[in-house]
Design a protein around this ligand. Structure first.
Ligand SMILES: [Zn+2]
Ligand SMILES: [Zn+2]
Length: 384
């Protein structure tokens, strides 16, 4: 297998280490200034500015998305796209560590910049907005952002190393029950309680859970449960995520959850409207050769593999799944050594700006850059 050379390892290591303080500052600044999906204006600008200062040609608000950007450099034959996420979560801030994704993606891109001509490589660092909610990469796919890319690469911080993780397909449902308001004490017989519709649907799904197929999941929250106890709620709303290991299991889940919600409407005399929010997140399809190359790159830079002691875990979803179903993709999970803390906890946000988090960010920048060089040296490895 053609791969990167020892000279590549020295050059990439020196280039990333030369930017160490800049990258750590970027990562910490994004973490300290969390912005939700579709609102990541300052994070996108921080990244775009830095790439511009480092010689990239930067298109802001690229592909019709106000908080995306495309930073391009080089004119070689192999086109590598490196994805940089930077959105945060409500309440817990950068508890998914997307600050590390952004900084490592930029680090890889800027480390590659002086090497592009010799490597016959063309590079795009793509600012990918709205990963936590919505599915920004689906919008970027639809707008052609990956059309002429040979591969797409990114990392994600996690409690343990897994360079070729799988993920679940996922779809968000907005469920609205409507009934009829009435005086809850004076004339309850004239009301139709929409909150009861939501509660009955929630309970039906809980009863269904015992017969879920492996990796089918539903989790939900009630986002509108009425306004006052003495008014029978005429409207109530819930939000559910439906997840499954593949699209067939997801379709099976849709059918059965829909029956739960319609049954609840019948039982309570309410109506139910179900709508899909955002896009379907497809499952990740790890490209074996990219995973093997990234693993080699981690060995070459002296990163010791740190796997989950409980064995392979499957959970969560990412819109990079959609990318990986279309072109060869790598979504490498790198430990920030935070166990028992996990993604979406306050402690995880802290781990992603700790010295261990910074180290994994720099490791990822190096290993992503080396993987890109290996692909450019042997483009056939990603062509079937
Ligand atoms: Zn994430
Ligand atoms: Zn997340």
């Amino acid at each position: 297998m053609t791969s990167f050379t020892a000279d590549d390892v020295s050059a990439v290591t020196a280039n990333v280490e030369g930017m160490r303080d800049t990258l750590i500052t970027l990562s910490h600044e994004i973490s300290a200034d969390p912005e939700l999906s579709y609102d990541e204006h300052r994070a996108a600008a921080r990244c775009a500015d830095l790439l511009e200062q480092n010689g990239f040609e930067v298109e802001r608000a690229s592909y019709g998305q106000p908080t995306s950007f495309a930073a391009r450099l080089g004119s070689g034959d192999t086109h590598i796209v490196i994805c940089a996420e930077y959105d945060a979560l409500p309440g817990v801030g950068h508890a998914c560590g997307h600050n590390i994704i952004a900084a490592s993606g930029l680090g890889a891109g800027m480390a590659l910049a002086p090497l592009l001509d010799a490597a016959n490589m063309r590079l795009t660092v793509l600012g990918t907005h709205a990963e936590e909610v919505g599915g920004g990469k689906v919008e970027l796919i639809d707008a052609g952002a990956f059309d002429d890319a040979d591969v797409a690469l990114m990392m994600h911080p996690t409690p343990y190393d897994d360079y070729g993780p799988k993920s679940l397909a996922c779809e968000e449902w907005i469920v609205v029950h409507k009934g009829r308001a009435s005086h809850a004490s004076g004339a309850p017989e004239l009301g139709l309680n929409a909150l009861d519709g939501v509660i009955a649907g929630y309970n039906n799904i809980s009863l269904l859970r015992q017969s879920f197929r492996k990796y089918q999941q539903v989790h939900g929250v009630i986002v509108d449960g009425g306004k006052a106890p003495n008014v029978i709620p005429e409207r109530a709303e819930a939000s559910y995520y439906l997840r499954a290991v593949n699209s067939e299991d997801l379709e099976d889940l849709r059918t059965r959850v829909r029956a739960c919600l319609e049954g609840a409407a019948t039982a309570t005399g309410t109506t139910v409207e179900i709508s899909v929010n955002g896009y379907v997140y497809e499952s990740l399809k790890p490209h074996e050769k990219l995973v093997a190359t990234f693993t080699e790159a981690c060995d070459a830079i002296g990163r010791e593999f740190f796997p989950d002691p409980s064995g392979e875990e499957l959970g969560g979803s990412t819109d990079f799944g959609n990318v990986s179903q279309r072109i060869p993709g790598l979504h490498a999970d790198l430990a920030v050594y935070c166990s028992p803390a996990v993604n979406h906890q306050h402690e995880f946000a802290a781990a992603c700006i700790s010295p261990d988090g910074d180290k994994s960010m720099l490791d990822a920048a190096k290993a992503l850059a080396l993987t890109a060089l290996a692909v450019a040296a042997d483009p056939a490895m990603v062509k079937q």
